[in-house]
Ligand binder design. Sequence first.
Ligand SMILES: [Zn+2]
Length: 196
Amino acid sequence: MILPIVAYGDPVLKKKATDITKDYPKFDDLLVNMFETMYNAYGVGLAAPQIGLPIRLFIIDTTPFSEDDDLSEADKEALNGFRRVFINAKIIEETGDEWAFNEGCLSIPDVREDVFRKPNIVMEYLDENFEPQKESFDGLVARVIQHEYDHIDGVLFTDKLSSLKKKLIKGKLTNISKGKINVDYRMRFPDQKKKR
Ligand SMILES: [Zn+2]
């Protein structure tokens, strides 16, 4: 089932999400629905708060991203087939010199801005079977993970922009909250006036 993706301005996107346990109700259905929702919107990552659930869960499949012709062969190879479920994830190490990459977000359609992040991370998380994992990631894969990880901490990429950039996109963000935007996937807008 394709779920509506909550748009910028919804308070659930600002909440620090909470850990879940193995007995989380209908977890398997939730995962299936989240993957379906992400693929339908041509996203490469989706965090539970983006479908209205303040829990520490996000999914990633960077395969569509690997088809970008501007990327190096090494990047393409790293992105192709990278699919993970991250439950109760923790970034335990973040190292290297910050680098800029133009990010976007399914909750903030048509806004893309350069965001600075460190290139190397070490993560502890539970996989889809609630088995503990410890893994390192780098480059664009780390970038996608860091973006989704921010979501479960209630942080959006727009929070990381300079105050000037924030001012410049303010009007756009207000319009997104109101649903004044063309988007080809299902969304829920916090400030949309009810249609009569
Ligand atoms: Zn996002």
